[in-house]
Design a protein around this ligand. Structure first.
Ligand SMILES: NC(=O)c1ccc[n+]([C@@H]2O[C@H](COP(=O)([O-])OP(=O)(O)OC[C@H]3O[C@@H](n4cnc5c(N)ncnc54)[C@H](O)[C@@H]3O)[C@@H](O)[C@H]2O)c1
Length: 1019
C-alpha cells in the first residue's frame, strides 16, 4: 500500500513538473499560490454526551488515500472513545487539531453540538480571499425537528443579526446532510440501516433469552454476543456456533418452535435477515404459523423465520383488494391484522418497519392485549388436545408475543406500547402498559435507538467507503471551484448528489429544503415570543410523569439534565433565556422540554412553577428569592446550589407555613463540602472523639496542563459569581482567636503553599464567614474547638492579579461605563475610579495608563497585570477564544470584565478542569491524643462534562429527585443539606456516580497540618 502511494506521489510530482514546463503561465500561477493552504478536511469528535458514539465518517485507510490522491490536509479532533485511535490517524497522515479551525470540509456522523459548530469562513485555497466551510453530518434537521432548528438557523442569514450584509451571508457555512445522499433514482446511498438490523437482531435474541430465563427456560441464545463486543465476522461466527448447537440439540422443547418475525423491506430488515442466516433457518409464511406451534412433531433443530411484508398483515377495512399504491393513497382505509395473524405465534418480533401518523400501526396496545389473550387461549386449547403426558407438561405458547426488538424505535408508534427507547448500557426492559389486565404478562422490549453505534468498526468502514466519492467531489469543489455541471460521467452524478444533499448554502435553504424556513421561523418566533411572555415546548409531559422545572441552563446544568432525564417517570422542563442552549440540552430526549423564559416576565415563570412538582433554580443568585416566593405561593419545593442569602433566610417561616422545602447549598461548595464535612464530623464523634480544629478548602481550577493563562483560571461556572466572590469579606476562628478580613483586604490574605495536595502547588484564600458554620457543624469554642476555617483554592498568582484588577476599578459594581473597545476597558474603569479621564490606547496613552495604575497596584504585580490585560484584549490569530462583541449600552466594569474573562478564559473542547476539595479535622480523645482526619476529593473533567458541572449538577439532581421521592421525610422551610438522611443519601448517590471522598487518619504531627500553615499567616 505504502509503495503504491509513494509511486503515485512521485508520478503526480512528475506530472506537475511536466505540466509546469509545458504551461509556463500555469506554473507561474501555481508558484504564486504555493503559500496558499491546501484543501483541509476535518474529522469531528462526536458530541461527548453520546457516550456510545464511536463511529467515524472516514477510516484511516480512506484518509491515507485522500492525502495521496487529492493532496489534501486532514485534521482530526482528538477523541479517545472513537473506534480509530489517534495513532492510526497520525500514521495515515492526519494531524490532531483541537478545534479543526483550518478545515474547509468538516465531517462528522451526528449533529455538531452548537457551541462547537464552526461557522466562520476559511482561507480560499485558490486565492487570498475567504470561502465558506462545508459541514457534513446527519443533521436531523431535514424533517423540521424542532430541537435542531437552532442548529439549522446557524447556517442561515438572519437579518436581525447580520443586517443586510449579503457578503456575510455568502460566507456562512454550507450544510450537507448524509441522509440526503441518493442515486439518480432517489435511493439513499449511504446510511447505517443495515447495521441497525444486524445489531438489533443480536440485541433482540439476547433480550428474548433473558425473557425465557425469567420464564424458567435457558435457551442457547443466552450466549448471544452483544454487538459492541467484537467485529462483525466474529459476531457472526459466535452466532453460527449457537446455530450448530441448535441444529444438533434443538431449541428447548418447553418453549416450542422458535419463531422469529422480521418486518420491513429496507436495509434494517436486510441486516437482520442477513445475521439470522447464520442460524439453521427455515423461512415460513403466515399461513404456516398455526400448524408450526400446534404440531408436536415440528422439528426444534431449526429457527423459523417469517419475513412479514406489509401485504401479509394489512387488510382493507371493507374487505376489498389490497395494493401498495392504494394503501399509500388511502392509509385510513386499511387496518393491521398483525395482532391476530402473526403476533400470537412469534417468539420474538424484529420490527424494521417505520410508522408515520395517519397510517395504521403494526399493533396498537389494545390489539396487543387481544394477541396475548389469543396466546393464552391457544395455550389452553393445545394443552387440552395434547394426549401424551410428556408433552402435556410443556407449554409451547410460553413467552410468545412477549418479546419485541423494535429497531424502528418510533416511540408510541408502530408498536403503540413502546413508550421509550432503551440504551446500549441497558438495552432491554420489561413494561406492562397501564391498559393491560392483571392476568396478562409484561412485555420485554429492546428499543435501542442508536444500534449502529454498537458496531462502530464495521459500520464506519462501510460508511467511509460509501462517502469517499462524495468527499472527493467536495474537495474538488474547493480545489477548482468546480460545480456539478462541469464534471463528467459518474463524477457528475456524484457531484450532483452532493448538491441534492445540500440543505443550506450561502445563508439560504436550498433545493427541496426551502420549506424548512417555516420551522426555523417558528423556533425563532418562540425565542422572540419569550420576550412577549410565551413559551416554546419541544416535548410534552406524559400522563403520570412527575414534573421538575429547571430554571437556568448554564454551565453546570448538563449533568442535572442527564441525571434527571434518565428517570423516565420524570419530565424535565428546561427554562432560561437561552433557547439554543435549552434545545441543546433537550437533545431529542422525549422527557425534556425547552422553554424560553425571561425573569423580567415573572408571569411566564409562575405558570411553569405552578405546573411543576419540584423547581430547581440554576439562575444567577439574585433571582433565587423571587423564585422561592413563587414556590411558596404555589406550594412547590425548591432546590438551589447557592448559599442561603439573607433574603432567602427571611422566607423560612412562610415556607414552613406553606409546607414547602426551600433546599439550598446543594452544589459543590456549598454542597458536597457540607455533606462530606457533616458525615466526617459525625463519624469522629461516634468514636467518642472531640473535634478541636476544622479546616476546609475547595476550588475549581483548570487542569495543570490547561492553566497557562492569566489568573491561571478558566471559567467552569458563572463568571460573575467568581468575580463577586472576590468582593466578600471573611471571618474565621484560628487557634482560639476570631479574625475578620474586610472585603478590600480579602485578596491580600492569600495563603501560599497550601498543603492540601501532594502534587499541586496551590494557594488559598478565606471564604466568607466560616463562623456561620459553628451551629451547623456544632463547632463552638465552648466545646473546645480552637479552629474553624473555610477557604477557596486557586493556583499561585491568582490573588495578586485579581487584587490588581480590583485596584484599578475592574471589579466595580456601582459605576457604569460605555465601553469603547476591549482595549480601553482597563483605562475606562480606572478613569471612573479616579473621576477623571486617564488615557487613550495609543502608545503615549499606554504609558499614562501604566503610570496611573502604578498608584494603586503593587510594583511587583504591575508588569504581570499589564501583560495579562494585553493578552486578554488582543487575541492572536491562533487563539481558540475570541473577544466578545463590545456592548453598546453602559455596564458595570465587573460585568464587562466577567464577559471578557468568560470569553477569553473559557475551556476549549479538549481541555479539562479540576475540582479539589479537602477537609482536615483534628480530633482529640479522652487522653488528649490528637489525630488528623482528612477527607478529600479530586475530580477531573472529561469529554462529556466539566468536573465543576458534575460536582454541582449531580448533587442538585440527586437532591431534586430526593425531594420528589422522599418529600414526606424531608424537612420544611429554608435549609441546607443538614438532615442526616438527606446528606447520607446524596453522598451514597455521589459514590455511585464516581464522586467518592477519600479518607485518611494519621497521628497528629506538629507543623504538618493545614491549621499550622494558617497559623504562620495569622497569629
Ligand atoms: N454550590 C456550588 O458549588 C456552585 C458552583 C457553581 C455554581 N453554583 C450556582 O449554580 C447556579 C448556576 O451556575 P452556572 O454556572 O450554571 O451559571 P451560568 O451563569 O452559567 O447560568 C445561568 C443561567 O441563568 C440564565 N439566566 C440568566 N439571567 C436570566 C434571565 N433574566 N431570565 C432567564 N434566564 C436567565 C442564563 O441564561 C443561564 O442559563 C448559580 O446560581 C451559581 O451560583 C453553585
Amino acid at each position: 500500500m505504502r509503495h503504491h502511494i509513494l509511486r503515485r506521489l512521485q508520478f503526480m510530482r512528475h506530472l506537475q513538473l511536466h505540466d509546469a514546463l509545458k504551461h509556463p503561465t500555469r506554473a507561474a500561477h501555481q508558484h504564486q499560490h504555493q503559500h496558499q493552504p491546501r484543501v483541509a478536511i476535518g474529522i469531528r469528535r462526536e458530541d461527548p454526551l453520546r457516550i456510545w458514539e464511536r463511529r467515524c465518517p472516514l477510516t484511516p485507510d480512506a484518509i491515507e488515500t485522500l492525502i495521496a490522491e487529492e493532496d489534501v490536509d486532514v485534521y482530526f479532533q482528538p477523541c479517545e472513545r472513537r473506534v480509530f485511535t489517534a495513532e492510526q490517524f497520525i500514521k495515515a497522515g492526519a494531524k490532531p487539531h483541537k478545534t479543526l479551525a483550518p478545515a474547509h470540509i468538516v465531517l462528522g456522523i451526528k449533529e455538531t453540538p452548537l457551541h462547537e459548530l464552526l461557522t466562520d469562513p476559511v482561507q480560499d485555497p485558490l486565492s487570498n480571499g475567504l470561502v465558506p466551510r462545508t459541514q457534513v453530518m446527519f443533521s436531523h434537521t431535514i424533517k423540521g425537528q424542532p430541537y435542531n432548528m437552532p442548529l439549522l438557523s446557524r447556517f442561515l442569514h438572519d437579518p436581525s443579526v447580520h443586517g443586510r450584509d449579503a457578503a456575510h451571508s455568502a460566507l456562512l457555512p454550507t450544510l450537507v446532510d448524509w441522509e440526503l445522499l441518493t442515486d439518480m433514482d432517489g435511493k439513499r446511498t449511504v446510511g447505517f440501516g443495515w447495521y441497525a438490523g444486524v445489531a438489533g437482531a443480536l440485541e433482540g435474541l439476547n433480550s428474548t433469552a433473558h425473557l425465557h430465563l425469567q420464564l424458567g427456560v435457558a435457551s442457547p441464545f443466552l450466549s448471544t454476543p452483544r454487538p459492541h463486543s467484537a467485529p462483525l465476522p466474529q459476531l457472526r461466527q459466535s452466532l453460527r456456533r449457537i446455530g450448530e448447537q441448535i441444529a444438533e440439540n434443538g431449541t428447548p422443547a418447553s418453549i416450542g418452535p422458535y419463531i422469529v418475525c422480521v418486518t420491513g423491506n429496507g436495509q434494517v430488515a436486510n441486516g437482520a435477515l442477513s445475521l439470522l442466516s447464520e442460524l439453521p433457518v427455515q423461512m415460513v409464511s403466515v399461513a404456516d404459523l398455526p400448524a408450526l406451534v400446534a404440531d408436536p412433531s415440528t422439528p426444534l433443530n431449526k429457527i423459523y423465520v417469517l419475513h412479514a411484508g406489509q401485504e401479509t398483515y394489512l387488510k382493507r377495512k371493507d374487505g376489498g383488494a389490497v395494493s401498495r399504491k392504494d394503501y399509500y393513497a388511502h392509509p385510513s382505509a386499511y387496518e393491521s391484522r398483525f395482532y391476530d395473524l402473526i403476533a400470537p405465534y412469534t417468539t420474538v418480533l424484529i420490527n424494521g418497519v417505520g410508522w408515520v401518523p395517519g397510517y395504521p400501526r403494526l399493533m396498537t396496545t389494545n390489539e396487543t392485549i387481544l394477541a396475548l389473550e389469543k396466546v393464552q387461549q391457544l395455550s389452553k386449547e393445545l394443552a387440552e388436545s395434547t394426549q401424551d403426558s410428556a408433552a402435556g407438561t410443556r407449554d409451547v405458547m410460553k413467552g410468545r408475543c412477549q418479546s419485541f426488538a423494535d429497531i424502528s424505535c418510533d416511540i408510541e408508534g408502530g408498536l403503540e406500547f413502546m413508550h421509550r427507547e432503551s440504551t446500549l448500557s441497558e438495552p432491554f426492559y420489561s413494561h406492562k402498559p397501564a391498559q393491560f389486565p392483571a392476568h396478562l404478562p409484561a412485555l420485554q422490549i429492546m428499543s435501542v435507538d442508536i444500534l449502529p453505534t454498537s458496531l462502530p468498526l464495521d459500520a464506519s468502514q462501510e460508511f467511509s467507503a460509501g462517502v469517499l466519492p462524495y468527499v472527493r467531489a467536495l474537495v474538488r469543489k474547493y480545489k477548482h471551484h468546480q460545480h456539478a455541471e462541469r464534471f463528467e460521467g459518474s463524477d457528475f452524478e456524484i457531484a450532483e448528489a452532493v448538491e441534492r444533499a445540500t440543505v443550506a448554502s450561502g445563508g439560504r435553504l436550498v433545493g427541496k429544503n426551502t420549506w424548512l424556513q417555516e420551522s426555523v421561523e417558528k423556533c425563532k418566533a418562540a425565542g422572540l415570543a419569550a420576550s412577549a411572555g410565551t413559551t416554546t415546548a419541544v416535548g410534552t409531559p406524559k400522563p403520570g410523569q412527575k414534573k421538575i422545572l429547571m430554571l437556568g441552563s448554564g454551565m453546570v446544568s448538563g449533568p442535572v439534565v442527564d441525571e434527571i432525564c434518565n428517570r423516565k417517570d420524570v419530565h424535565l422542563t428546561i427554562a432560561s433565556d437561552q433557547p439554543e442552549r435549552n434545545g441543546f440540552l433537550c437533545n431529542g430526549r422525549t422527557n425534556a422540554t425547552g422553554v424560553v423564559v425571561d425573569m423580567a416576565k415573572p408571569d411566564v415563570v409562575e405558570e411553569l412553577v405552578k405546573k411543576s412538582d419540584v423547581v430547581i433554580s440554576l439562575l444567577p443568585v439574585p433571582f433565587h428569592p423571587a423564585v422561592a416566593e413563587l414556590c411558596i405561593k404555589h406550594h412547590r419545593h425548591l432546590v438551589t446550589a447557592s448559599y442561603i442569602s439573607p433574603d432567602m433566610r427571611k422566607l423560612h417561616d412562610r415556607a414552613v407555613k406553606a409546607n414547602v422545602l426551600l433546599l439550598n447549598e446543594i452544589g459543590l461548595d456549598p454542597g458536597i463540602d457540607h455533606c462530606s464535612a457533616l458525615a466526617l464530623l459525625d463519624s469522629i464523634r461516634k468514636d467518642k472523639k472531640e473535634v478541636v480544629s476544622f479546616t476546609s478548602f475547595c476550588g475549581g481550577l483548570p487542569a495543570p496542563e490547561d492553566a497557562d493563562v492569566p489568573l491561571k483560571y478558566k471559567f467552569s461556572w458563572s463568571p460573575r459569581g467568581v468575580l463577586s466572590a472576590a468582593l466578600n469579606g471573611a471571618q474565621f476562628q484560628l487557634n482560639g482567636k476570631e479574625f475578620s478580613v474586610p472585603s478590600d483586604q480579602l485578596l491580600r490574605s492569600k495563603i501560599p503553599n497550601l498543603p492540601v495536595s501532594d502534587i499541586l502547588q496551590l494557594e488559598g484564600i478565606p471564604n466568607r464567614d466560616s463562623l456561620n458554620y459553628a451551629d451547623t457543624y456544632d463547632l463552638h469554642p465552648s466545646k473546645g474547638v480552637r479552629t474553624l476555617f473555610r477557604g477557596t483554592i486557586r493556583y499561585p498568582g491568582f490573588c495578586d492579579l485579581m487584587y490588581a484588577f480590583r485596584q484599578i476599578g475592574l471589579l466595580d459594581t456601582e459605576n457604569w461605563i460605555t465601553l469603547r473597545s476591549w482595549a480601553t476597558l482597563a483605562p475606562q474603569a480606572l478613569a471612573v475610579k479616579l473621576q477623571k479621564p486617564v488615557v487613550d490606547v495609543d502608545e503615549a496613552g499606554a504609558e499614562a495608563f501604566r503610570a496611573a495604575a502604578a498608584e494603586f497596584v503593587p510594583a511587583e504585580t504591575l508588569p504581570q497585570m499589564l501583560e495579562a490585560l494585553a493578552w486578554l484584549t488582543n487575541p492572536t490569530d491562533s487563539s481558540t477564544t475570541k473577544l466578545p462583541p463590545v456592548p453598546s449600552t453602559p455596564e458595570h466594569p465587573i460585568d464587562l470584565l466577567a464577559s471578557l474573562l468568560s470569553a477569553r478564559l473559557s475551556y476549549a473542547p479538549s481541555e479539562r478542569d479540576l475540582v479539589v476539595l479537602h477537609h482536615e479535622v483534628i480530633s482529640s480523645d479522652s487522653e488528649r491524643h490528637e489525630e488528623i482526619h482528612t477527607s478529600s476529593l479530586e475530580v477531573y473533567g472529561d469529554a462529556t462534562h466539566s468536573a465543576m458541572a458534575r460536582c454541582v449538577g449531580l448533587p442538585v439532581a440527586f437532591a431534586a429527585l430526593y425531594v420528589l421521592d422522599f418529600i414526606n421525610v424531608a424537612p420544611r422551610g429554608v435549609h441546607g443539606p443538614d438532615a442526616p438522611h438527606l446528606y447520607t443519601h446524596i453522598l451514597s448517590k455521589l459514590d455511585g456516580a464516581g464522586l467518592q471522598m477519600k479518607h485518611s487518619v494519621k497521628p497528629y504531627v506538629e507543623g504538618k497540618t493545614v491549621e499550622a500553615r494558617l497559623k504562620t499567616i495569622w497569629q
